[in-house]
Design a protein around this ligand. Structure first.
Ligand SMILES: NC(=O)c1ccc[n+]([C@@H]2O[C@H](COP(=O)([O-])OP(=O)(O)OC[C@H]3O[C@@H](n4cnc5c(N)ncnc54)[C@H](O)[C@@H]3O)[C@@H](O)[C@H]2O)c1
Length: 240
């Protein structure tokens, strides 16, 4: 029998209350990890996960949450920075508030989610950080200049963290999901959804579990020990 080596590893998932984050929480628990999640609501229906109400845009609330997680579960090995939002509109129509909201959650929120745990990872000489970027950050998307900028930003953040963390045994990678069936994509009008689906070589939107398995791979000290600073695209061959 082989294992991904995640048994009893303490892992934080941000935005774990629904969608992709909830699928990540559920899979990591199946794989034997001790999982905490942070979200603005904590009713994800998985009693084996530790839910903590916190806002990734607020560094003080993340510090407090981090203390609670480490007191209850132990030193954190993995952080999955998954919480994200959209405020879509064409560039000419985007207001400063649309930029601020998306940058605060998707870019600064990723940094604030990782920061409270990084020294502990360095001290224990083990850690894996996974940021959920997006196909939009990798290749751009109409109506998402603000979102794409943040999702490209976290790719750079992970590449730099990978360089800083390597000598401490701490890895950092990003995942760029294509279009995935969650509440976030339910906002897409049917006509646009049909057009996007026609462009996806696999002929369908992805499921949250498709991303969860990629996260498990990148967290695994067994399967991805030599993978760091990488962008893993999970998109049904939807590259161009
Ligand atoms: N669904 C897709 O097609 C898709 C594609 C590419 C990337 N992504 C990215 O995947 C991640 C998850 O997306 P999803 O589709 O599951 O979205 P979702 O909207 O279904 O879930 C996002 C979760 O993040 C939480 N969240 C939002 N703001 C928060 C904050 N300030 N603090 C704490 N939690 C907060 C929400 O409450 C929610 O539970 C996001 O980063 C998103 O940008 C999604």
């Amino acid at each position: 029998m082989v294992s991904l080596g995640l048994e009893d590893k303490v892992i934080l998932v941000t935005g774990g209350n629904r969608g992709i984050g909830k699928a990540i929480v559920d899979l990591l628990i199946e794989l034997g990890a001790k999982v905490a999640y942070i979200d603005v609501a904590t009713d994800n229906g998985n009693p084996q996960s530790l839910g903590i109400k916190a806002d990734v845009t607020d560094p003080a609330s993340m510090e407090t949450a981090a203390q609670e997680i480490q007191a209850k579960l132990g030193t954190v090995y993995g952080v999955v920075a998954n919480a994200g939002i959209t405020r879509d509109n064409f560039f000419a129509k985007l207001e400063p508030a649309d930029w601020d909201a998306v940058i605060n959650v998707n870019l600064k929120g990723v940094a604030y989610s990782i920061k409270p745990f990084i020294q502990g990872m360095y001290d224990s000489k083990a850690g894996s950080i996974v940021a959920i970027s997006s196909i939009s950050g990798d290749r751009g998307n109409k109506g998402q200049t603000n979102y794409s900028a943040t999702k490209a930003g976290v790719i750079g953040m992970m590449k730099s963290l990978a360089l800083e963390g390597a000598r401490f045994g701490v890895r950092a990678n990003a995942i760029a999901p294509g279009f995935i069936n969650t509440e976030m994509t339910q906002k897409i009008p049917d006509k646009v959804r049909d057009k996007i689906t026609a462009e996806i070589p696999c002929g369908r939107f992805g499921e949250p579990q498709d991303i969860a398995w990629a996260v498990a791979y990148l967290l695994s000290p067994v399967a991805s020990a030599y993978v760091s600073g990488e962008l893993l695209r999970v998109n049904g061959a939807h590259h161009t």
